[in-house]
Design a binder for this molecule. Structure first.
Ligand SMILES: NC(=O)c1ccc[n+]([C@@H]2O[C@H](COP(=O)([O-])OP(=O)(O)OC[C@H]3O[C@@H](n4cnc5c(N)ncnc54)[C@H](OP(=O)(O)O)[C@@H]3O)[C@@H](O)[C@H]2O)c1
Length: 375
């Protein structure tokens, strides 16, 4: 496994990092799950997955807390990324958030401190001013941003007086490739990508499945490892994966143990090329059940999305504000053809549940929304 440098920093990480969310298969926080997660993170570290990503509100702070145990006597072996929720993007918010994070993790510094999501009410200069203070105090080494589009990244580069801005955290997977338009710019500006949700929803077409299966056989790796490897084959791209299983963690790690050749990378590039279509939101059904993701929380109507009883962040109103500022979605939503006999809506929403409701809050049902369609 080859380590990769994040941006132009001194941080050399395994390109497959470990996330600390408990995953999409569980929404409960129990001692059993906490202990499982601790074991998995320790195992990942032993394998060499030295980059661990967390956040102040991940699993209500428990994700940071359990790192205290994982990192006991081996803080130096890990590179820790943490982040704060968008309501804390202000100068004071960042300054107080770091104290909670350091205390929960039981460390005196964070390697990479990140903005989780933009907050349209707070200017990037204000957040970066706080980052600069924290670097000077030795509480953080570097900083990054999450879920920023290119114009926001450009503003962040301008605001970076200390030249410690090194990373962008964002969704990237074979179905969601618009990031590739920006990769050269990011590389030129010495910024690395830390990707998440990197397997998409595995809604592969027959042709895609066939190609991945043949590559899986050729390289003697799982399909998941092939996809993860394709992602990290991009020079400045790394991935976060998250698991409660030792076997899955090993499989994810193995994705960094081989290299797809250029020809095979080219085959994936050619085949995974879904176009973005404009779809009438009235034609989209939002179901409370998702066969590929049985614990992902979904609101099926606007009223529930606005109430947001599950506390999903950013919420529909925050996303709507962002949409109205930029006029677009950060990423298209994903739809499947609706095969239900009982519905006259041709599509079912499979990914982008809060983005969809954010769009409805912003524009109602009258403006078409960007979507990728999976047959
Ligand atoms: N900045 C942001 O806005 C943001 C948003 C989301 C996530 N993140 C970060 O990214 C990390 C990763 O999150 P993610 O959702 O992208 O992770 P992911 O690895 O794509 O998905 C996690 C889910 O995939 C399953 N899984 C993991 N490895 C597997 C394998 N080898 N085979 C089959 N299933 C597997 C896990 O189940 P098992 O437990 O059964 O393995 C879990 O349910 C998070 O922990 C967090 O640190 C950041």
């Amino acid at each position: 496994m080859k380590l990769k440098k994040i941006g132009n920093s001194e941080l050399n990480i395994c390109p497959i990092g470990q996330g600390t969310l408990f995953g999409r298969t569980s929404s409960k926080i129990t001692d059993e799950i906490i202990n499982k997660k601790i074991k998995v993170l320790e195992y990942g570290l032993q394998l060499g997955m030295n980059f661990i990503d967390t956040g102040e509100d991940y699993e209500k702070g428990v994700s940071e807390e359990l790192l205290k145990k994982v990192l006991k006597n081996k803080r130096q072996k890990a590179i820790i990324g943490s982040k704060f929720k968008p309501s804390n993007n202000s100068f004071q918010g960042v300054i107080s958030s770091i104290e909670g994070t350091l205390k929960r993790i039981g460390t005196d510094y964070i390697d990479l401190y990140q903005i989780q999501w933009p907050n349209p009410k707070i200017q990037i200069e204000e957040t970066f001013e706080a980052f600069e203070k924290l670097v000077k105090e030795g509480k953080i080494l570097y900083y990054g941003v999450g879920n920023f589009d290119l114009p926001k990244i450009k503003k962040a580069i301008k605001a970076d007086n200390l030249k410690k801005f090194i990373s962008i955290q964002t969704e990237y997977d074979p179905f969601n490739r618009q990031l590739e338009n920006d990769l050269q710019f990011l590389e030129d500006n010495k910024l690395s990508v830390i990707a998440y949700m990197s397997l998409g929803k595995e809604n592969f077409s027959k042709e895609e499945q066939k190609l991945l299966s043949s590559l899986s056989e050729k390289y003697n790796q799982s399909i998941r490892s092939i996809v993860l490897n394709w992602i990290i084959s991009h020079k400045n791209v790394n991935i976060l994966t998250s698991s409660l299983s030792l076997n899955h963690t090993k499989e994810n790690f193995l994705a960094s143990s081989f290299e797809l050749n250029d020809l095979d990378i080219g085959e994936i590039n050619k085949l995974f090329n879904r176009s973005i279509e404009k779809i009438d939101p009235k034609d989209i059904e939002v179901l409370d059940y998702d066969e590929s993701d049985n614990a992902h929380l979904i609101y099926t109507n606007l009223e529930d999305a606005l109430k947001n009883k599950h506390g999903i962040k950013p919420n529909a109103e925050e996303i709507a504000q962002e949409i109205m500022t930029t006029g677009t979605l950060l990423r298209p939503i994903e739809l499947k053809l609706n095969d239900s006999k009982y519905s006259n809506k041709p599509y079912v929403l499979v990914r982008g549940r809060m983005r969809f409701w954010g769009w409805i809050v912003a524009y109602g049902y009258d403006k078409k929304i960007d979507a990728k369609i999976f047959k």
